[in-house]
Structure formats: structure tokens, C-alpha cells
Design a protein. Sequence first.
Length: 343
Amino acid sequence: MEFANVEPLVGVIIPTYNCDRYIEQAIESVLQQEGCTYEIIVIDDGSTDSTEKILAPYTERYSDRFRYIRQKNQGVAAARNHGIAVARADLIAFLDADDYFLPGKLARQAEILTKRPDLGIVHSGWQRVDMQGNKLLDVCPWEQIPELDLENWLRWKPVLPSAMMFRREWLQYVGGFDKRFPPAEDTDLVLKLALHGCKTTWLRQITVGYRQHGESAMHKGLPQARSLCAVTDNFFAQPNLPGNVRLMEQSVRYGTLVWIAWYLHHTGHHQETTEYLQQAWEYRPHSGMETVINWIESFAEFARNWGVEFDVNNLTSSEEWQELIQWIIQTTSIGGQNTELII
């Protein structure tokens, strides 16, 4: 496709920081996209590895569609916002430097947004892959969440920027990503957009390879947990929330804290797992024993959705879990019940 002197339909913003191992695959996956014009904007957030050297040939060879911009290290939110500010296209696709697009991603999402001016976001599915790009699991969130309205964003938070495409004017309207909430600034953004009336639909297709490795944001257990709590606190601190949303606060907080607890268990933070379950206890919708059973069932479901094994005995036989059960027994009337099922 000829790009010279043609305004791009889609701006692909790739924030990167010391990701020279994967950045080429990310860029090549964009260059292989067909069916729409695009620009590639790489925002290098102060990398100290060989990123600049690797990308130099792209700047020369694809000068009609490729820009490489370095900035002082400020975090991924600032890098993405920088990309939004300099983009020429009306539609924006984000691509983390360790992810990659699958064929047809840009054209199919852009087609939906072009035909549907009422929409601000098109979301899609993704494929979890390992460090080498080998498939681990297909994730099709629409099977569980067919409608992406504010209530479902709050309850489920199926956010992955690399799988999404945004209308640029909506991103500008809400001020882009908030630097206060790394690494959950993407969840904060989507909640802001939905609260302001931005509509989302699904492209029911796997469009992205989402790489799982030790340095990815989703493997940073404690920062992710604290950030997601901060985003939830910030959202419900707003004074003029719709009444139906305000009524959801207790259940949203409970569900969020239980998911965080599972995530911390999954990433090896066992003491913090029980601390977040103690917080979830304050918002429980069930009786004491039912709540503990719900935790175990939720952990099993989250693990299944994540494509990993869940060993219930490993959880319930741990010292931290036993201490948690004793805490429950001491602080509630559950001590008078048969606790054999939960110990």
C-alpha cells in the first residue's frame, strides 16, 4: 500500500522502555497490516539498551509512516500521551513493545469505527503467548462479557490496550492516561471514557499476541494490586456518579479485592493475598462460610480463565490461610459454625 502524501487513518503508538528484545517483532507486525493507512509512532521512554540502534533503519526506510521519538523516562502513561499528542490520525491503536498484532487487526477495527461514528472504542480478543511467542491461551472476553458498558467495565475490567482501538477525540476529551496510576492507568482511562458516555463494541476476533514474561506489567504483583485499588478508590470518590453505579460500589470493591488476592497468590505474594482477602471481607455479600467458599471458587475460576493450574490444597494448607481462617473465627460469629469445610 502506498503511504506517501496520504493522511493515515490509524496512528499506532508503541511506548517502549528497554524492550530491544521484542521491539522489532512489534513493528514488523504493524508493517504487515493491510487494508488501511497507518502511521507508527514509537515513544522511547528513556531506554538505555540498544532500542535506538535497532530502530534507526526503520526511520530511514519507512520515513513516510514511521517516527521514533525519545523522551526522558516518565512512565508508560506519559509515553502514550506523548504519542496521542503528536499523532495525525483520527483513530489510535496502542501496541506495547513486547506484544504484536495479528494480521487484519487494524483494518477490521478501523472499519467498525468508520461505519459507527457513535462508537469511541473497538475491543477484541487476545492470545497469551510465552516469551518466545508460543501460544498459551486464546482469550475471548465477549463470551463472559457480551456488552461493554460502564457497569461491566467496573465488574470485569477486561482492559488490554494492545487489543483496542480508540477514537482520538475521545482520548483527548478525557485527558488521556493518568500518570498517578501505574500500571493500572489503562483501567482508569477506560472507566473515565465509559463514565463520560464513550461507547464500546467488540470485534469478536483474536487480534494480538500478548506476551507473558517476568518484566511485563501484569507480572508486577504488588504495584498492580495497589494501583488497581487506587483506581477503584478514585472512581468511587467522584461526587456525581449515577445512582445505579453508586449502588454497585460494595460489590465492585469486593470483586476487585478478591481478584487482586488471587493475582497476588498467583504471583507468589502469599501474605499480601490474605491481607486483601481481609479487606474483601468488609464488603462480603455472603455469610461467613459462604464467603470463604466463594473465595476458593473464585480463585479456581480466575486461574482457569488465566490458563493456569490452581491447587486448592496448596492454598488452604498454607500458614497464611490458616491464620486468615483464625482471624475470621475470632472476628465473626463463624466460630460457632462447622468450619471443617474452610480450614
